[in-house]
Design a protein around this ligand. Structure first.
Ligand SMILES: Cc1cc2nc3c(=O)[nH]c(=O)nc-3n(C[C@H](O)[C@H](O)[C@H](O)COP(=O)(O)OP(=O)(O)OC[C@H]3O[C@@H](n4cnc5c(N)ncnc54)[C@H](O)[C@@H]3O)c2cc1C
Ligand SMILES: *[C@@H]1O[C@H](CO)[C@@H](O)[C@H](O)[C@H]1NC(C)=O
Ligand SMILES: *[C@@H]1O[C@H](CO)[C@@H](O)[C@H](O)[C@H]1NC(C)=O
Ligand SMILES: *[C@@H]1O[C@H](CO)[C@@H](O)[C@H](O)[C@H]1NC(C)=O
Ligand SMILES: *[C@@H]1O[C@H](CO)[C@@H](O)[C@H](O)[C@H]1NC(C)=O
Ligand SMILES: CC(=O)N[C@H]1CO[C@H](CO)[C@@H](O)[C@@H]1O
Length: 512
């Protein structure tokens, strides 16, 4: 009799099975037998300590894998992938586990999650190349600390220290330093990968260049990266961290529209701006009893001195805007500039859990039209009351001197399977429940998708897409492929997938 993993897992909750691994029959007998016979460490839902391994970052989307494999070496990964393939079970790697759709756990019940927690080393090459070799399970905070400690070097990446390099670097990786150094993905010079047939390969511009192309943008569909070789940059001596809050701006759609247009023109001004400056425009909307609080922030960094910032950058950036309600301008060294951004003020990868939904819109150069800005801001500032508090951030990828959109990377299918290379803004809309007792409401998803529609209504067809690291779980597989990749990249990805993973072992709800 065939019993689906889902039914078995559901019955576990009813106490049909004991709390210990019995007769290899907790969730998928063939899989467990294969893993046990080959000495691969793993956990199944019947294990008493399962609860220490299965907790998804997104509380809204719990997932119960058939097994969570805990490899200590590459052989364990190869073996687990082969066992899963033979047992007809799909596989996903888990690095930081911060996928918005719980894809590190498979994204749906009954898959194998390969937890890379033991692949946690960051070592600078000793040959003077300044290349960091980073394990597939390293978190961004410890990676930044280790790269800085071993020669005052730095890599650009997102703000949250507990995000994993595995998902982040292979699907983009934007942070404030990306205008200066490119995305995290752009730092990759070589990858070590385990393929669907268990083979271990190197991928670089020279070796297996088709794999190298595909893994940078779609690793979730192609293989398991066990280590990343990343080029590094000299860390800046001084970093200015600035935040301005504009409470009155949120009171008028017209004022906010003209302020955003002014900032878009400012960041495009090659006389005033170079790659060292970056920011986000964030609008925060919080429903309260009987009212809605709304505020607009400019938050960013300048990799230079405080004197240069206050005399050259700040006056030109704020020219023509209403006076900010609050101004915070702080000088940091590189590690403390990263720590200042983190939720708990440190680079420790403290686990975080949140009940949320998010979507994204990447807007190509030359940026937001006046119509798109007005429609976007009207929805947030004058539109329907949101059922959930949310933040909409316009993350800056474009503008004068940006290193994200260099010409060599732009050709659709040429550089990498990550195709977003003419982006001016990446808009990130995220709604989060603040209390644990009320689950995230469906209307919250509809509200944020309404916000996405309000943005795209003012844009021309072909000017916008979506960013796969800000995974939108409301997209169908086909919609995700269109928005994350587009036809040219998708076609080439599918051809490479057919060679390296013909049985579709590496799968999640939006994979290729
Ligand atoms: C709090 C928070 C802040 C964030 N901030 C930013 C930000 O500032 N900038 C930004 O760009 N993004 C940001 N993100 C999004 C983040 O980049 C993605 O969620 C990212 O994919 C998470 O990677 P992970 O390894 O932690 O997740 P996981 O859930 O472990 O993995 C995500 C996906 O990648 C695959 N994967 C993971 N490791 C590997 C590997 N070694 N080989 C092959 N496939 C692998 C998984 O199978 C899964 O499909 C943020 C997310 C959160 C939750
Ligand atoms: C993890 O497993 C525990 C124990 O079986 C269960 O109570 C819990 O709901 C699971 N959590 C998630 C997020 O699936
Ligand atoms: C890596 O994990 C091991 C346990 O597997 C732990 O002892 C070690 O401290 C970790 N190292 C880092 C750099 O996190
Ligand atoms: C561009 O920046 C320069 C230097 O700050 C400034 O003098 C000039 O007015 C700006 N141009 C525009 C169009 O804003
Ligand atoms: C900004 O200033 C207002 C009062 O002017 C205050 O209520 C608010 O808390 C401040 N916000 C921040 C982020 O400091
Ligand atoms: C962009 C940036 O670095 N912002 C941070 C500056 O520092 C304050 C507090 O020190 C943080 O709250 C900001 O996130």
């Amino acid at each position: 009799m065939h019993i689906s993993p889902f039914l078995l897992v559901a019955s576990l909750g009813l106490g049909a099975f004991g709390k210990t691994k019995t007769a290899g029959a907790c969730s998928n007998a063939a899989l467990e037998r294969c893993l046990t016979a080959k000495g691969v460490p793993f956990k199944v839902p019947c294990d008493p300590d399962w609860g220490a391994y299965n907790r998804t970052h997104n509380i809204r989307l719990p997932v119960t894998p058939a097994a969570i494999v805990l490899p200590q070496n590459t052989r364990h990964i190869s073996t687990a992938v082969i066992c899963a393939g033979k047992s007809g079970v799909k596989v996903q790697a888990k690095s930081g586990g911060h996928s918005y759709g719980s894809y590190g756990y498979g994204g749906i019940d009954g898959q194998v999650s390969i937890d890379l927690r033991h692949f946690n080393k960051t070592v600078m090459a000793s040959d003077g190349s300044n290349i960091a070799v980073v394990g597939g399970g390293v978190h961004l905070g410890p990676m930044a600390s280790a790269v800085y400690a071993q020669g005052k070097r730095a890599v650009s990446h997102g703000v949250c220290p507990s995000v994993g390099v595995g998902g982040h670097a292979t699907h983009g990786g934007w942070g404030y330093s990306s205008r200066a150094w490119g995305l995290t993905l752009d730092h990759i010079v070589e990858l070590r990968v385990v393929l669907a047939n268990g083979a271990v390969a190197r991928a670089s511009a020279e070796a297996n260049s088709d794999l190298f192309w595909a893994l940078r943008g779609a690793a979730d569909s192609i293989g398991i990266v066990t280590s990343f070789s990343l080029r590094t940059n000299p860390a800046p001596e001084e970093v200015i961290n600035f935040t301005y809050e504009f409470q009155t701006l949120a009171e008028s759609v017209e004022q906010a529209t003209s302020a955003f247009l002014r900032l878009q023109a400012f960041i495009s001004n090659t006389t005033a701006v170079d790659r060292r400056l970056s920011f986000t425009l964030a609008t925060m909307v919080t429903p309260r009893a009987g009212s809605i609080s709304r505020t607009i922030l400019i938050q960013g960094i300048f990799m230079g001195t405080l004197a240069e910032y206050t005399s050259q950058i700040e006056p030109e950036m704020l020219r023509g805007l209403p006076g900010p309600t609050n101004r915070s301008v702080l000088s940091h060294d590189w590690p403390s500039s990263l720590a200042a951004l983190s939720p708990d003020g440190t680079l420790e990868p403290t686990p975080m859990y949140s009940d949320f939904f998010a979507n994204s819109v990447t807007v190509d150069s030359p940026g937001m039209s006046e119509a798109a800005l007005r429609s976007y801001l009207a929805y947030m500032l004058e539109g329907p009351a949101p059922p959930v508090p949310y933040t909409s951030s316009m993350d800056l990828w474009g503008g004068a001197d940006t290193q994200i959109n260099l010409r060599g990377k732009k050709t659709d299918a040429g550089f990498a399977a990550f195709p977003h290379r003419n982006v001016f803004w990446a808009l990130h809309n995220i709604a989060q429940m603040k209390t644990a007792d009320v689950p995230f409401p469906d209307e919250g998803i509809a509200y944020l998708n309404g916000l996405r529609d309000a943005i795209t209504r003012g844009l021309s067809v072909g000017q916008w897409a979506a960013y796969q690291n800000l995974l939108d779980t409301s997209l169908t597989r086909e919609e995700a492929h269109e928005l994350y990749y587009g036809d040219a990249v998708l076609g080439r990805l599918q051809a490479i997938k057919a060679v390296y993973d013909p049985g579709n072992v590496f799968s999640n709800p939006q994979s290729v």
